[in-house]
Design a protein around this ligand. Structure first.
Ligand SMILES: Nc1nc2c(c(=O)[nH]1)N[C@H]1C(S)=C(S)[C@@H](COP(=O)(O)OP(=O)(O)OC[C@H]3O[C@@H](n4cnc5c(N)ncnc54)[C@H](O)[C@@H]3O)O[C@H]1N2
Ligand code: MOO
Length: 406
């Protein structure tokens, strides 16, 4: 009886609780922290905005100078963005640009479109005047600290660092960030038929796509990836690779992931290499990604993904990625949507099928390629994973399905 997807997900979560969650801190330049987790609470070293500034190109005014019917004011020196503004005298309106500092005394901005004339006067012209409508105090002014006040909590420890969080740090003038030391994973692809891209492709050989596919996925998920190249189908060769990274030295990893060599063939190298280890090889009621290995190798948590490229990617998305989020707080979960099928689907009985699809802006999803787990080109066209639960064998056009956005 195959194990359910939910039970295998739980087994992977339990396996990952053996991975050290707190491995210390690392200080990185902002952009290198993308996808990593903030290690400490971060307090704002300054207020944002740091000074009151204009939200519009227009005229900075003293609101009390303009009665209900509007007023004609004398035009003061312009205030460009980036300059320190001189105080605004009563009866004057200062041309001001978006982002420029509000002059002392001014308490509102009237956009240029509402001025008569509705263009800025030539600064060379002396004694220019402008007619302006009234503006309530505070109009189009972005107050100092209205986004965040100096000394308040900007980001809490445990925050996942995405573009917005890193952008906030840059706005606060920071150049580095303390992140949690990421989990270190050893990735080994296997198979006598698999060769590195760039090498000669002789008869019967294929290029290693899994290494790149999974390393990219893992890096995106905030993991530090150690690549040990491709192991051939000799268990002794694979054991030697793994043992270089399971000792007590600096090369030790927190997690091992292999691809291939886990099903029913005559030369299942991963299965054979794990013979003396507490590792189970089992079918999960899922397609692709049915055959799975899970356990520990010399005490290091181990996951054996199947060799077909789509199978190993779906194994990562279904089990490792969500478990990393659950246990270590990174990466962000995949957005989950409901979409209507733009075509009918069939699915094997008793297996949770994961198809690849493209969600369109009208809320429908169309399949990219068939169910085959070798279809990397179709995977590359897809923007989502389409889920057909194990108890569903047929779906009609227009039926709703769960999709995970990639
Ligand atoms: N008699 C049975 N045969 C198979 C079963 C089964 O239940 N009974 N399950 C099938 C399913 S489902 C899958 S998935 C695969 C899993 O096989 P393995 O994990 O043992 O992987 P391999 O046999 O080594 O390779 C499978 C397939 O993927 C290609 N491959 C492997 N590594 C890479 C790589 N790094 N880059 C690109 N492609 C790779 C390999 O050439 C094979 O075509 O077993 C089925 N068979
Ligand atoms: O389950 Mo295998 O992963 O279909 O190709």
């Amino acid at each position: 009886m195959p194990r359910s997807v939910a039970a295998h997900h739980q087994a992977v979560v339990e396996l990952l609780t053996g991975v050290p969650a707190n491995k210390g801190h690392l200080t990185l330049p902002l952009l290198e922290a993308l996808g990593k987790v903030l290690a400490v609470d971060l307090y704002a070293p300054l207020s944002l905005p740091p000074f009151a500034n204009s939200q519009m190109d227009g005229f900075a005014v003293r609101s009390a100078d303009i009665p209900d019917g509007g007023a004609e004011l004398r035009v003061a020196e312009p205030v460009p963005a980036g300059a320190a503004a001189p105080a605004l005298k009563p009866g004057f309106a200062a041309p001001i640009m978006t982002g420029a500092m509000i002059p002392e005394g001014a308490d509102a901005v009237v956009p240029i479109e509402k001025a008569i004339p509705n263009t800025f006067p030539d600064p060379a012209v002396k004694d220019a005047v402008v007619e302006l409508p009234p503006a309530a105090p505070g109009t189009y002014i972005r107050e100092r600290g209205s986004d965040i006040g100096k000394g308040t909590l900007a980001l809490a420890a445990g925050t996942l660092m995405g573009p917005a969080q890193l952008g906030l740090m840059a706005a606060l003038g920071l150049t580095t960030v303390d992140i949690r030391q990421p989990c270190r994973v050893l990735l080994v692809t296997t198979g006598d038929e698999v060769v590195e891209p760039g090498q000669d492709l002789t008869s019967g050989k294929i290029f290693d796509s899994n290494g790149t596919l999974l390393e990219a996925s893992m890096r995106q998920a905030g993991l530090e990836v150690v690549r040990a190249g491709i192991s051939d189908d000799r268990p002794a060769a694979l054991l030697a690779v793994l043992r270089r990274h399971t000792g007590t030295g600096a090369d030790r990893v927190d997690l091992i992931v292999t691809t291939g060599g886990v099903s029913k063939g005559a030369y299942e190298v991963v299965k054979q290499a794990m013979a003396d280890q507490p590792v189970e090889f089992l079918p999960v009621a899922m397609q692709p990604g049915g055959p799975q290995g899970l356990g520990t190798f010399d005490g290091v948590p181990f996951l054996g993904f199947p060799g077909n490229p789509v199978s190993c990617l779906i194994s990562f998305e279904m089990f490792l990625r969500p478990a990393l989020t659950q246990v270590l707080g990174t990466p962000a979960p995949r957005p989950v949507l409901r979409a209507r099928l733009s075509e009918p689907l069939t699915s094997p009985e008793g297996k949770h099928q994961v198809r690849r699809g493209t969600v369109e802006s009208n809320g429908t999803v169309r399949m990219e390629g068939g169910a085959g787990s070798h279809l990397v080109h179709a995977l590359a066209r897809a923007n989502s994973l389409v889920h057909v639960p194990g108890d569903v064998t047929e779906l009609a056009e227009g039926d709703e399905v769960e999709v995970w956005m990639l």
